[in-house]
Ligand binder design. Sequence first.
Ligand code: NI
Length: 200
Amino acid sequence: MSILPVVTYDDPVLRKPADPVDPDHPELQSFIDDLFETMYEANGVGLAAPQVGVSLALFVVDADAITEDEDEEDFGPGVFINPEIETVEQEKWDAEEGCLSLPEIREKVTRPDTIRIRYLDREFQPHEEVHNGWYARVLQHEYDHLKGILFIDYLGAFRKRLIRKKLEEIRQGSVKAEYPLASKSQEDSPQIDYKFKESR
Ligand code: NI
C-alpha cells in the first residue's frame, strides 16, 4: 500500500465530473487500499478519488471518529463506487466541515439531514441505504467531489471573502499539511507520480 499525494482545491481534476468506474479497471483494489491508507494517514473521515488526481466516481469513508463523538451509529470503513445520492427530507442543518484538499479551512455548511444513497461496494455489489446525521453529511461531502463541487462553493459572499487569502496561500503551496500534498512545482513535471497512475 502507499500513501498518495492529495491535490488541493485549485487542481482542475476537482472541478470536473468523475468518470464512472468499470469493474475491470486496472489495479482498482490496490487503489482502494491506497485511498484508505491515505485517508487514515491524514486523519480524514472520507477521501474521493479525484482528491488524489484520479477522475473516478469512487470514494472511501470511515466516519466512526465523528459518529462515536456524536453518539450516532458507527458504520465502519466503506467503499462507494458510482454512487447516486438523493435527498429524502428537505430538513437541513449546519455544521463545520473541512477537506483534505483545503488544508486549514473549516467553515459551516448547510446540508440536508437525510439522504438515500445507491452505490456499488468494492466487489461491485449494489446497495441502497438511507442515512442521516453526520454519516449522511460525510457521504454528501464526498459525493460532491465526484461532481466537481467543493464545500466552499456553498459559502456566502462574506465567508468566501474571509477565506480568500488562505485559498491563495494553498494555491501557492505555502500551506503545509500533516499529509503529503501534490507538488506545486513546474508545470512540465508530473503533478502526481504513483503506481496506480503509471499502470493506466
Ligand atoms: Ni473533501
